[in-house]
Design a protein around this ligand. Structure first.
Ligand code: ADP
Ligand code: ZN
Ligand code: ZN
Length: 715
């Protein structure tokens, strides 16, 4: 431990503020006071008594003034976790910022950022781990020989190496963004012998592929992964490797943004637009936004990468005078293998819109699409069919009496899964056997409405009965979705089947549309994307466009094969501007259109949003709580110091969530909007004590939970 040689008063206690995991909604949001016999530096991990438990804590401030003598005896002692260097000031600044910005308790955020196993470890066990940690991971030098960069890659790398950032690497799918990340990482590591790099990916199932690529380039010793799919021991080991500087490259999902990485020099956020970067419970942080803060705070460069950036990042990277120019945009419009003299979209799949109004009624796949699929299979190419709905059919219903398979616990339908003949609620998990007759009127002839991936998979087998592979064998269909991928290693083995060419048609949800480098896929089709066109969520078009561009990006990734690639879109609205932009691979055009709408409607990025959420047994109680909070806020904030900030905030009425009841709990929300992020932050902070007090009052006993969601993704 850090012993201060100047500390002379041996035996005199040292008073510390320690961040401890306080219950989410207690008033104890700030660190608690403890004492220690020895001086402990801020960032030291300690075990402390909290109520009747002993918990892990982090020293936040040391050498506090002594408490009043009458209180001093009540202050309890800490026991430091020996042998582990304290978490540094940069890490503490990140945690402090995250807790403040996302309106959560400091201790909650700090402890959630640490590997769970640390919480139960004794000093002796810690020493044994630590011993197992070898020296700093050797970086393979020079990084194993790599291909010459394309002109666009070289220009992007040059800009990253010489500029300060943050950078938005706007690169088409297959333009070689990953190669740029790896070169930028190599450059950062070579500039400083201790430097570390953090690479964030949105999905756990994308980490193994990327980890393999980085490990191959930099050596397996230098690279560690951090995500929730690791065993507790692995997670602790990898976290320690990052904390001790042994890991030179840390690759992980959103949790990794808060890892201790003392020598951080570069942060890459791949697929930065992906909604998975936003945590949806507890501290609802955006790992992408925290990456920007973290880089700025500790002096690391930040590279956000995407073929379809979030409109926030796109706007931030719009140069002055048209935009704020806060990020530097680096464009790589061409796929690897497309010459500079060719049109930028040359290597990208040709997009074809199929007007489903003109197809045989009820056709799952339009006949021309089916024919095209058959031709691909006959040539030994692969096909990917995207249907963003798992199960066999979204609803079971009775045409006689109108009964539908509603979940008894949620305001949602139970999905029909034919494979095990169950009705399953995708919100609360409630599962029932499929009834033999209508539970309401006894009609034996009940049917399904709509289609899911199970049905598509089943029907394809029949539809492709006469299609043959080049060797004469019949076509093989594989479904990948959250159901098929359940179970350890299932997804990996399914993906391996695709990569190994053991599959001709891959049917899947958005899970398969992202990031995968499928080399043999030449045709991608969106089976039924229309639902998102007219959804109430203002981000739905942005998300659909990104999903379809990503899906298109899975086609034709092997330019050398010479096969032409296609993206088919089955739609009832072939003239919709979103599909027109997709056809041209025109993200900038799409973004300009959307930003115009957002600006006119006063939506992000031109305003800042927060949601107050409440859950209760009745909708009335949940909404009542929110209304009371708004009234109380108006009363206490409209005058005085915060009046100016309060005036900028628009409070919308309390409304039920889209899925208003889940597992018998009613959910309501209230939207707050302000043109000023700072003003909104100040008002939210001032609302905290109001919400705590209201929740504790007898009138609102029926409220189970409340939460604040800052920069919510869905409103
Ligand atoms: P993105 O992440 O932009 O979709 P990738 O980085 O996965 O693209 O690159 C697409 C493919 O092109 C990969 O198979 C990669 O190995 C290859 N590639 C990348 N850069 C080059 C290059 N400079 N020369 C040749 N092939 C490259
Ligand atoms: Zn349910
Ligand atoms: Zn009926």
């Amino acid at each position: 431990m850090q012993v201060d040689p100047d500390s002379t008063a041996a035996g005199a206690p040292h008073w510390l503020a320690v961040a401890v995991p306080t219950p989410a909604h207690s008033n104890l949001a700030e660190p608690l006071t403890y004492r220690s016999d020895q001086p402990l530096a801020p960032g030291t991990l300690v075990r402390v008594p909290l109520g009747k438990r002993e918990v892990l804590g982090v020293v936040w401030h040391s050498d506090l003034p002594a408490p009043p003598p009458e209180l001093a005896p009540q202050v309890r002692p800490v026991a430091p976790l020996e042998g582990l260097a304290p978490l540094d000031a940069h890490w503490r600044a990140l945690i402090t910022f995250a807790a403040r910005y996302y309106q959560r308790a400091l201790g909650e955020v700090a402890l959630a950022a640490l590997p769970p196993q640390l919480r139960t470890l004794t000093s002796v066990q810690m020493a044994r781990r630590l011993k197992r940690q070898g020296p700093a991971g050797a970086v393979a030098t020079p990084p194993s020989p790599s291909l010459p960069l394309s002109a666009e890659q070289a220009a992007a790398l040059q800009a990253i190496d010489s500029g300060a950032g943050p950078f938005l690497l706007f690169g088409a799918t297959g333009s070689g963004k990953t190669e740029v990340y790896m070169r930028a990482a190599a450059d950062a590591l070579s500039r400083d012998a201790a430097a570390q790099v953090l690479v964030l990916v949105p999905e756990i199932n994308l980490t193994p592929q990327l980890e393999a690529r980085f490990a191959e380039r930099f050596g397996a010793d230098a690279v560690v992964a951090l995500h929730s799919g690791l065993t507790p021991a692995q997670r602790l080991g990898n976290w320690l490797a990052a904390h001790l500087g042994r890991a030179r490259i840390v690759l992980g999902t959103r949790v990794a943004v808060m890892a201790s990485i003392p020598q951080l020099a570069l942060i890459v956020v791949d697929e930065e637009h992906d909604p998975s970067y936003k945590q949806q419970e507890g501290a609802r942080y955006s790992a992408r936004d925290l990456a920007i803060y973290r880089g700025h705070q500790c002096g690391a460069k930040v590279v956000l990468g995407s073929a379809t950036p979030s409109l926030e990042s796109w706007w931030a990277s719009t140069p002055e005078p048209d935009g704020p120019g806060r990020y530097q945009r680096l464009a790589m419009p061409r796929r690897i293998g497309t010459a500079a003299s060719e049109d930028a979209t040359t290597g990208l799949p040709r997009v074809r819109r199929v007007d489903m109004n003109r197809q045989p009624k009820g056709a799952l796949l339009a006949p021309p699409l089916l024919e095209a699929i058959g031709e691909r299979i006959a040539r030994g190419e692969q096909v990917l069919l995207l249907l963003n709905r798992r199960g066999w059919a979204p609803v079971l219903h009775c045409a006689d009496c109108g009964w539908k398979s509603e979940c008894p616990h949620c305001s949602a339908y139970q999905v029909f899964h034919k494979i095990d003949r169950t009705l399953r609620c995708h919100h609360c998990g409630f599962t029932q056997r499929v009834p033999h007759a209508c539970p309401s009127c006894g009609n034996a002839d009940i049917g399904t409405l709509g289609r899911g991936t199970e049905q598509l998979e089943e029907q394809l087998v029949g539809l492709l009965a006469n299609v043959h592979r080049p060797d004469g064998s019949s076509a093989r269909v594989l479904r990948i979705d959250a159901d098929s991928a359940r179970g350890a290693g299932r997804l990996e083995s399914q993906l391996a089947q695709v990569h190994d060419g053991e599959v001709d048609v891959l049917v899947g949800t958005q899970m398969v549309a992202k990031g995968h480098d499928f080399r043999r896929v030449t045709l991608v089709a969106a089976v039924n994307p229309d639902g998102a066109l007219y959804a109430s969520d203002f981000r739905a078009p942005e998300r659909l466009f990104a999903l379809l561009m990503q899906a298109a990006g899975r086609a034709g990734r092997d330019a050398a094969s010479g096969a032409t690639s296609e993206m088919w879109v089955q739609t009832q609205y072939p003239q919709h501007p979103l599909f027109a932009a997709l056809k041209l691979h025109d993200y900038p055009g799409f973004a300009a259109e959307q930003l115009k709408e957002r600006s006119e409607a006063g939506l992000p990025p031109f305003s800042h949003l927060a949601l107050l959420r409440a859950e209760a047994r009745t909708q009335e109680a949940a909404q009542g709580f929110l209304v009371a909070a708004a009234d109380a806020a108006a009363e206490s904030l409209a005058q005085g110091e915060l009046a100016g900030a309060f005036d900028t905030v628009t409070w919308y009425p309390a409304v039920p969530l889209t899925v208003q009841r889940v597992a018998n709990i009613e959910r309501a929300q209230m939207l707050l909007e302000s043109p000023s992020r700072v003003a909104l932050q100040r008002v939210l902070a001032a609302c905290q004590p109001i919400l705590h007090a209201l929740r504790a009052s007898p009138e609102h006993r029926a409220v189970l939970r409340w939460a604040i969601d800052v920069d919510p993704l869905a409103v």
